[in-house]
Design a protein around this ligand. Sequence first.
Ligand SMILES: *Cc1c(COP(=O)(O)O)cnc(C)c1O
Length: 509
Amino acid sequence: MPDNIASHPLKKEITPPSCESTRGLAAPLGTAAAVTAGIAPDGGLYVPRSLPLLPWREWLDLDYSAVAARVVRLLAPDLPEAGVAAAAAVYGDGRFGPGSPAPLIEAGALGVLELWHGPTAAFKDMALQALPHLLTAAAAQVAAGREILILTATSGDTGKAALEGFRDVPGASVCVFYPDGGVSAVQEKQMLTTGGNNTFVAAVRGNFDVCQQAVKTAFTTEWLREALAERGVLFSSANSINWGRLLPQIVYYIWSYLEAVRQNRVKAGAPVNFAVPTGNFGNILAGWYARSMGLPVGRLLCASNRNNVLADFFRDGVYDVNREFFRTESPSMDILVSSNFERLLFELGGRDGEKIRRLYADLQEKSRFQVEESVLKACQAVFAGGWTDEDACRAVIRRVWREWRYLLDPHTAIAWGMAEDYRAASGDETYTIVVSTASPFKFAPAVLAALTETAPAEPWAALAELEQVTGWPAPQALRGLDTKKERREALLAPEEIAAWVSGKFAPPF
Ligand SMILES: *Cc1c(COP(=O)(O)O)cnc(C)c1O
């Protein structure tokens, strides 16, 4: 076999389960250990060392839970079976509503994959309802008897989904950190009203990138790790730096393809494109993995808001975060450093840890890096980047509602806008699925303002008015939130996180 095939992630045989770090210095681990660890000790992210081929044609008659169980077993055969079964069962037990957990809707010429029927009304539930089952089973296998402490940075939606997913899960606690003033009123209220005696929420001064970096630093702070270990507590992450977060996300790409075939949108085997509203690059990367395992995916359309680092990268191969940071009406995409992008660069850059270390050292020192032409070409062969500003986003929401009576949240609208722009510019007529990441009611002020062309109203009034204007019901999870009692633990400077965690979970006796 020539070298370039041997080193390609796609291998035909199902090899023994194993993950390795993108930075190449940490020892390879089994999936259970990688999921338990979250981030690798060399600062890299775990990726699978090889990928199985998906027998998706055999899955056309299966329900969502059955597809989920098969995908996770194929990719991570070493995860304990009971954990995989429990994780897969969450999609069929009613918490994602009475219908399909991920309906594929038709609106105009585009398909829309609705991933927001879970308990927090955003797509993060698709992974974070399942992850606690995978993680506690994995930890029981590799670190029996230890308590797990989840640390998570959030731009709004991950935090609430993690809190909901881990609330009252035995043997686990969860601390969520969010940028002070950097999440929507509804998102903040959702997080602060979770309840449960193992959930903690703190605001951090700074934007999401600062918050995410501070939490990453806490993870790799040796004294904190040791202090917690002495008390039988083990760190892990529910952010998409954890490979266990991406496993359940791969499932809905496969599921939506099966749905498109079942609905006669495409012939079995014909490609579909996906347009994905992108922040940390976790969602769209799961699509790349599905494609790499043989799912017929054409292009992955990576849609950004004004924080358009990725759109620039896909054009010229320069990743440059030396720029103004914008707070937008799609706050879950207000990110400059997309942590999962490192995984893609590793996969498409020859799986060379040293190269990744060099790129990320550049990013640290110069706030930018540039990849070789060959890597850029490999990225451009699969991905297209694009971005949409606030006015265009509102115009899309308004137009899609008027033309199709379909209501988009601002994140999804950005992907919709890009799907249209891409189709017009490229002439690529491939059936395209827009990945819808949040209920429009989660961002009611922006959506209402787009429809009525007025200034955004106060969030709770906007929610009620949006129901009235559209005749759509708001998700149960968002009703009555405004009168619930809040609990915020702290407002921290980034460098205070480690001490705060230590004070809570490893107090000096
Ligand atoms: C998290 C989130 C995104 C971005 O997803 P990534 O996996 O971080 O790229 C987009 N839209 C919504 C509503 C989200 O919650």
